[in-house]
Design a protein around this ligand. Structure first.
Ligand code: 5GP
Length: 241
């Protein structure tokens, strides 16, 4: 059933809400710009080609090395307007002066075929997906610390100063929303996060997984930590300290 027809949960014969197996194949990875989402997703795509990764549409200009149709479908503002007007986007959001959106049809086709799907999108997009696909699993990728996030964002060297400022402001907002997500993974190592993400996507309940918890330094006090309802895996060795 396409996502557009999936608002709410199907009632079971007993009247209780049940999760749709189609929805549960959908995972959303979010987290602040610069945290390393796209590196994790690139590693996951290499290691697990059976997981389908949505290619978003954006009005942002390609960065050096980015290829149209691979990292993004790069479009102009008029084309993005047309996509919105025709309902071709499952969700879309403005981010640091550009627009980004998830094409609806390719995702629906994969979900209907029973393929595990991953979206790598911002907070506003993740909230929209949760509204239209309540059983989608929302995963938050956190940096080991605020300082590390700033270092990664500024070290990238691909954005002018005012864009960086906007991305840092957005990052503060996104970090404050981490508690809305069911699972938080801390990006201490791309391989570890990728392994944890694959386990979540494939719904394996591997208790040996070593999920680290975020440890905020500059942000400490601003971030009260996740509520109990979230899946919480205490790491055996707390590397993110
Ligand atoms: P970047 O310009 O660094 O590639 O991406 C900026 C932000 O846009 C990132 O947080 C990324 O996750 C988010 N983003 C990428 N694609 C989408 C999308 O289709 N929808 C939404 N809402 N955000 C997206």
């Amino acid at each position: 059933m396409p996502i557009s027809e999936q608002r709410g949960r199907r009632p079971s014969p007993s009247g209780a809400a049940v999760a749709s197996p189609v929805h549960s194949r959908l995972t959303v990875l979010s987290g602040p710009s610069g945290v390393g989402k796209s590196t994790v997703v690139a590693e996951l795509s290499r290691a697990c080609p059976q997981i389908w990764i949505s290619v978003s549409v954006t009005t942002r200009r390609p960065r050096p090395g980015e290829v149209d149709g691979r990292e993004y479908h790069f479009v102009d503002d008029d084309e993005f307007d047309r996509l919105i007007a025709s309902g071709a986007l499952l969700e879309w959001a403005r981010f640091a002066g550009n627009r980004y959106g998830t094409p609806r049809e390719p995702l629906n086709a994969k979900l209907e075929a029973g393929v595990a799907c991953l979206l790598e999108i911002d907070l506003a997009g993740a909230r929209q997906v949760k509204r239209v696909a309540p059983d989608a699993r929302l995963v938050f990728l956190a940096p080991p610390s605020w300082e590390e996030l700033v270092r990664r964002l500024t070290g990238r060297g691909t954005e002018p100063a005012e864009v960086l400022d906007r991305r840092l402001a957005a990052a503060r907002e996104e970090l404050a929303a981490a508690a809305e997500f069911e699972v938080t993974l801390v990006n201490t190592s791309v391989e570890d996060v990728c392994r944890q993400l694959v386990a979540l996507i494939e719904d394996c309940d591997d208790r040996s997984l070593n999920f680290a918890l975020p440890v905020w330094k500059a942000e400490r006090g601003r971030h009260s930590g996740p509520p109990d309802r979230r899946r919480h895996h205490q790491p055996a060795d707390r590397r993110a300290s």
